[in-house]
Design a protein around this ligand. Structure first.
Ligand code: AMP
Length: 288
């Protein structure tokens, strides 16, 4: 079993011992209900670090009113078994009142990732993420932290945060793990019915369609975004939130897409908020 710690003090003591003996500590922050996407981050952390801490904390600060905080899947015992099988060194799973005791009054705001997409759809979300990540970093003191590309806007916010606050930690972004049918793994997929899960494939299909059109010579950002939107709108069980083609560093929409531009999509399926993203990779062939 990983060493289970529930307070920042215990965690700091543990990781300080490792760091003092020259070991590199890696942190993988999660909200639990672990799947192969999370585990790919753990594997990357184990490859690059001497000791790996996985945090499991469903952070109320990053959920807006009316979002799915209460019904977000929770399965700590099963998660600990998975982490034990993987040989993870420690699991940090604090209670909400431990991280946010009465009187808690601090918010971390990061001016990165733009005001669009998830930032626009979920006001306060990235501030909630930045606040909890700062607390996790302060307690762990990792040399490296691992995040998934699926949440690309979040990863950009965290990378900026780590640089701006001199957290002395390298942020590594790992590729999205998908089911064979293309659906990006997400703990929220557990909230979908069989039919909903099938409908959710429209997100990865929308990314594939934008990529396909790009390789056939379509380089207009709005046109590629419209192609992705149309695919999602054609799925009756999905409600499009947004589709955009953006600059991968500042998340601003691009009028002219190039290889390396990022496509972002989001939709609601059965009331579940799902997001996905991909980089446009192949250089476009000139259209005839
Ligand atoms: P979450 O538990 O959803 O907050 O995710 C924890 C971390 O796992 C975040 O850095 C996510 O970007 C990452 N993650 C979630 N889903 C995937 C996936 N399908 N592939 C790779 N990383 C993922």
């Amino acid at each position: 079993m990983p060493q289970v710690v529930t307070t920042p003090g215990e965690l700091r003591q543990l990781t300080a011992g490792w760091t003092a003996s020259g070991q590199l500590v890696g942190l993988v922050p999660t909200m639990g209900s672990l799947h192969a996407g999370h585990l790919s981050l753990v594997t990357a952390a184990q490859r690059e670090c001497d000791k790996v801490v996985v945090s499991i904390f469903i952070n109320p600060l990053q959920f807006g009113a009316g979002e799915d905080y209460l019904r977000y899947p929770r399965q700590l015992d099963a998660d600990l078994d998975v982490l034990a099988d993987m040989g993870v060194d420690a699991c940090y799973c604090p209670a909400v009142k431990t991280l946010y005791p009465e009187g808690f009054a601090t918010r971390v705001e990061v001016d990165a990732g733009g005001e669009l997409w998830e930032a626009e759809r979920r006001p306060g979300h990235f501030s909630g993420v930045a606040t909890v990540v700062t607390k996790l970093m302060a307690a762990t003191g990792p040399g490296r932290a691992f995040f998934g590309e699926k949440d690309a806007q979040q990863a950009a916010v965290v990378d900026r945060l780590a640089r701006d606050l001199d957290l002395g930690m390298v942020v590594t972004i790992c590729p999205t793990v998908r089911d064979p049918d293309g659906l990006a793994l997400s703990s929220r997929n557990l909230l979908l019915s069989v039919a909903g899960r099938r409908a959710a494939r429209c997100l990865s299909r929308a990314l594939a369609e934008a990529s396909r059109q790009f390789t056939t010579g379509v380089t207009s950002g709005p046109e590629l975004a419209a192609a992705a939107s149309q695919l999602i709108e054609a799925e009756s069980a999905a409600r499009l939130d947004y589709a955009g083609v953006v600059d991968p560093t500042n998340f601003q929409p691009v009028s002219h897409a190039i290889a390396g531009s990022r496509v972002l999509v989001a939709a609601q399926v059965e009331g579940v908020h799902l997001i996905d993203t991909a980089l446009l990779s192949s250089p476009p062939r000139p259209s005839r």
